[in-house]
Ligand binder design. Structure first.
Ligand code: GRG
Length: 295
């Protein structure tokens, strides 16, 4: 696949997900629907749904099964952002280039937006068709674990508890693996599960997803550290981040190493994995978007 063909595939997948999400919400009262649409439909990079579709394509999972999961995982991700931005958590004013949901709609409605997105995500995912029902059940269990107590929510709790402390590297890694990594890893695993992939393939996808999730979180930390202007930054909040624990230059090296590990996990798939390669490059290239490391 040429670079242009990969870019076209990704754009096609992104539009497909956005069109499907756009058709979805009919909540009453109207204000809730408006707040859900505001939070979900504009500005996200859609990395997680792109991973579900790309991984599913490698193992020939039907689109009728992967698309509902791609949409569901984006809804779960968006719920986590809306709740993370609340005054009780990060108290952020901006998200995806616009005022956060609670700034526009108030805290109460923003909590309900998150609740609705999380719950509806499971309704959307149960609409998966074209594969044996047992695979859908396994995929639902996979995403529930990744989003819940031992995944994203657990990671967020560990992150809150670590504020103001400087955890050792292995603890920081565990926080990141749960808070951000679990959903990214699950995105790739969902494709494999829905395609009925063999265990060796599932293990390779899982290695790719874990390494990509780590690279993603480190680059996010690096971007925050490079652009920080005091108020609201990770440093100001005393967040446990890679740059805080390792310094900028070493954190960058860790991000590149994780990207290399992600690519290495794809070797067995050859050119079939072109889109996953491209997505790993996109995440890694975010490092170059920050000003040069001061060390
Ligand atoms: C509140 C249950 C609960 C969990 C929150 C993921 C998370 C846990 C908080 C987000 C905090 C944060 C900004 C972490 C850095 C990594 C991250 C998830 C960035 C945002 O994801 P992107 O870059 O966002 O994929 P877009 O807007 O492109 O979808």
């Amino acid at each position: 696949m040429t670079d242009a063909a990969v870019a076209r595939t990704i754009e096609h997948h992104r539009r497909l997900v956005e069109r499907t999400l756009d058709r979805r919400f009919a909540a009453r009262p109207r204000r809730l629907r408006e707040a859900i649409r505001y939070s979900l439909l504009e500005g996200g990079k859609r990395i997680r749904p792109l991973l579900v579709l790309a991984a599913g394509d490698i193992v020939e999972a039907p689109r009728s099964a992967t698309l509902p999961f791609a949409c569901g995982i984006e809804m779960i991700h968006t719920y986590s952002l809306v709740h993370d931005d609340l005054p009780a958590m990060d108290d952020d004013d901006e998200r995806r280039g616009r005022p956060t949901s609670h700034r526009v709609y108030g805290e109460g409605l923003a909590i309900l937006v998150g609740d609705a997105l999380l719950t509806e995500a499971f309704a959307v995912m149960t609409a998966a068709r074209g594969v044996p029902p047992a695979r859908v059940v396994t995929a639902l269990a996979c995403i529930a674990r990744a989003a819940g107590e031992i995944g994203m929510v657990g990671g967020q709790a560990l992150d809150l508890a670590a504020e103001g402390a400087a955890p050792p590297l292995d603890e920081l890694r565990a926080i990141h693996a749960a808070k951000t990594g679990a959903l990214i890893r699950a995105s790739v695993q969902l494709g494999a599960i829905l395609g009925g992939a063999r265990p060796a393939v599932r293990r390779a996808f899982s290695r790719y997803g874990a390494a990509l999730g780590l690279c993603f979180q480190i680059t996010d930390d690096l971007l925050d550290a490079a652009h920080e202007d005091g108020a609201g930054s990770d440093r100001e909040r005393g967040k446990a981040t890679y740059p805080a624990v390792l310094g900028m230059a070493e954190a960058e090296r860790h991000a590149h190493r994780a990207a290399r590990q992600a690519r290495a996990a794809l070797l067995r798939f050859g050119t079939k994995a072109a889109v996953l390669h491209h997505l790993a490059r996109t995440v890694e290239e975010r490092i170059e978007k920050q000003p040069a490391a001061p060390e």
